[in-house]
Design a protein around this ligand. Structure first.
Ligand code: CLR
Length: 246
């Protein structure tokens, strides 16, 4: 048996997976075991009876925590910290929420159409107080479509890394440098897919525009909410959330 040399692509694969594992917030096995642990009808209606402002703040808080973990993921990705600080910020501003939505499929139970939220699995109706039924439905549909791909943890890790390290984001200063890093990630991802006989996955990934549209709708909905509730100061939201979305 010949020894297997550690080619750089393989090291990058290890790094992407380790970065994901260290920052994914919720363990995959844990999430699987807790499927079926759904909110009771009383708990659901308590969420539904909350004032819109309170539910928005709650969700903003959870999303902010998730974004902070994505920032940590980015920092651990080999090559990311070598980009200019300006470009790091551009990539995170554009991609952090998209990565949260990719990561959502790990916390999503397609059989019951529920997502892990504040300790239990919740259906879309739990978020009714937000007043953005359509957006929540689209987010659930997106999670459903990713679940159908049956991602492994390595695949979620690479899809996340490639959502983040995207040389076609506007306003990049050193586009070539980002493109090089993106190229390395792309090659390592393809090697992994070949090794695991999952090449078919690439053609089945949702188009990029789908994620972009969801994030844009989120920002629109936040704007609508703030206009309709002039009594709620934007300062009621976490600073990082405001910075990214308001
Ligand atoms: C995604 C995976 C992360 C952990 C995480 C944190 C917050 C969750 C998010 C996941 C999934 C989507 C989520 C969100 C909080 C609110 C949001 C449940 C599980 C729902 C869909 C409501 C969207 C509301 C906006 C329109 C404000 O590792």
């Amino acid at each position: 048996m010949s020894p297997c040399p550690r080619v750089p692509a393989e090291q990058l694969t290890q790094n992407v997976l380790a970065s994901h594992r260290a920052t994914c917030q919720l363990g995959a096995e844990d999430l699987r075991l807790r499927r079926g642990d759904t909110f009771t009808r009383e708990e659901v209606s308590a969420y539904q009876r909350q004032p819109a402002a309170e539910m928005w703040q709650r969700c903003a808080g959870r999303i902010t925590e998730a974004v902070q973990h994505v920032v940590e993921f980015a920092k651990r990705l080999r090559g990311f910290m070598e980009l200019s600080q300006h470009d790091q910020i551009v990539l995170l501003k554009a991609g952090a929420m998209e990565v949260v939505l990719v990561r959502m499929c790990r916390a999503f139970d397609a059989e019951t159409r529920t997502v892990f939220f504040e300790g239990k699995y919740a259906g879309a109706e739990l978020f009714r107080a937000l007043g953005c039924h359509e957006l929540v439905g689209s987010i659930f549909d997106f999670a459903q479509s990713l679940s159908a791909l049956r991602f492994s943890e390595s695949e979620v890790a690479f899809v996340s890394a490639l959502v983040l390290v995207n040389a076609s984001r506007p306003w990049l200063q050193e586009q070539g440098k980002v493109a090089r890093l993106q190229g390395h990630l792309d090659i390592a991802f393809r090697l992994l897919l070949r090794r695991t006989q999952r090449e078919g996955l690439l053609a089945r990934l949702p188009p990029r525009g789908r994620l972009r549209a969801l994030c844009w709708q989120h920002i629109q909905q936040l704007g609508t909410f703030l206009r309709q509730h002039p009594g709620v100061p934007p300062a009621a939201f976490p600073p990082l959330y405001r910075e990214l979305f308001a």
